[in-house]
Write a protein that binds this ligand. Structure first.
Ligand SMILES: Cc1cc2nc3c(=O)[nH]c(=O)nc-3n(C[C@H](O)[C@H](O)[C@H](O)COP(=O)(O)OP(=O)(O)OC[C@H]3O[C@@H](n4cnc5c(N)ncnc54)[C@H](O)[C@@H]3O)c2cc1C
Length: 311
């Protein structure tokens, strides 16, 4: 039987796993992830604000693979060569098709791995008058700053730095975010002051190049998608893009096994972005349109739950 390996439980591989489960191809499907849980960054701010428990902000991969008729292996991927996936501390595993979805470049002081980040938050909570500097004033950085204010309380000093903040957001949405940051006493700066606890809320451009069909350049049977993959056109590193890539990934895994022509991924013209502001409110935008209030937060919570509980 053919062996499909999904390496890393990023969004694209979770979508692919769920889709393959509906088709049940004549192939063995193995998901490899460096931990039993796939943490969902979309729900991370709500977790920090104490609105949801850890169990509601992550996917249990043992349960998911069982429901999908696939196997799960808790191991760290070290690379691949000649049809074998290399693992840390375990024998290499052969594959016919490999899909990599291991997330963005890991940075010192980064949000990922999330388990490590949550451990740091625990240390900051125990520290009186912690000074926190968040690098990256995009949607993730701003949402984390607001959520950390709720978590760490008024005693913490929180700075956010990053040129160009909220790329693509309409002026009205930016104004709402500016007011929310000011109300939460979060200081927006051009450069972080000395001596702060650094949190990087961005990832670097990945090195792994993929073609339009999501195959790694130069490889016939290896795909990559999500934040670990670099397409010719610069794409935002977002879960929304990774989910869309996951749909093409599932199709192309099946087509490759059947010897059919592969599908191309084309990025959508705009993606829906929603930032939770705390207090049950959120601001969202899509292209030039934007909305703000409790209804937007309800939409975000609905979307998050749909992602987390779907098989
Ligand atoms: C606070 C915050 C909020 C965000 N909110 C949103 C949002 O609302 N909407 C949105 O679209 N985007 C959001 N993003 C962006 C989003 O998190 C990422 O772009 C998205 O997670 C895509 O990453 P991915 O699916 O490629 O991989 P990830 O979600 O990072 O998953 C990678 C998986 O691979 C595993 N892994 C990593 N390395 C290895 C290895 N060597 N071996 C085995 N397993 C490995 C990891 O444990 C993890 O399970 C947010 C980001 C942050 C920081």
């Amino acid at each position: 039987m053919k062996q499909i390996i999904l390496a890393g439980a990023g969004h694209a591989n979770i979508v692919a796993l769920r889709r393959l489960a509906r088709v049940r191809p004549a192939a063995d499907v193995l998901l490899v992830n460096d931990g039993r849980f796939a943490w969902y960054t979309g729900a991370l701010p709500a977790l920090l604000r104490g609105e949801v428990a850890a169990e509601a902000a992550r996917i249990d991969l043992v349960a998911l693979t069982a429901a999908c008729g696939a196997r799960f292996m808790n191991a760290r991927v070290a690379g691949y060569a000649d049809g074998f996936l290399a693992l840390e501390g375990a024998e290499p595993v052969p594959f016919d098709v490999l899909a990599l979805s291991t997330g963005g470049v890991k940075l010192e002081g980064g949000v990922k791995p999330i388990a490590g980040f949550l451990a740091r938050v625990g240390l900051w909570e125990a520290q009186a008058g912690v000074r926190l500097g968040i690098l990256g004033a995009g949607a993730a950085g701003v949402e984390l700053a607001l959520a950390l204010r709720v978590r760490l309380g008024a005693g913490a000093e929180i700075f956010v730095a990053g040129a160009g903040g909220l790329p693509g957001a309409p002026a009205g949405a930016r104004a709402v975010v500016r007011r929310a940051l000011a109300a939460a006493s979060i200081v927006v700066v051009a450069a972080l002051p000395e001596g702060v606890e650094l949190l990087r809320a961005y990832t670097d451009v990945p090195e792994l190049r993929v073609g339009d069909d999501l195959r790694v350049v130069g490889e016939a049977c290896v795909f990559a998608a999500g934040d670990c993959a670099r397409m010719a056109a610069a794409l935002p590193r977002s879960g929304a893009i990774a989910v869309r890539q996951g749909r093409v990934l599932a199709t192309n895994i099946l087509r490759l096994l059947r010897g059919e022509i592969l599908q191309s991924f084309s990025a959508p013209p705009a993606i829906l972005a929603i930032i939770g502001l705390g207090g049950g409110r959120a601001v969202g935008w899509y292209g030039g349109f934007w909305w703000h209030g409790r209804g937007v937060m309800r939409v975000k919570t609905w979307l998050d739950n749909r992602w987390l509980v779907g098989i």
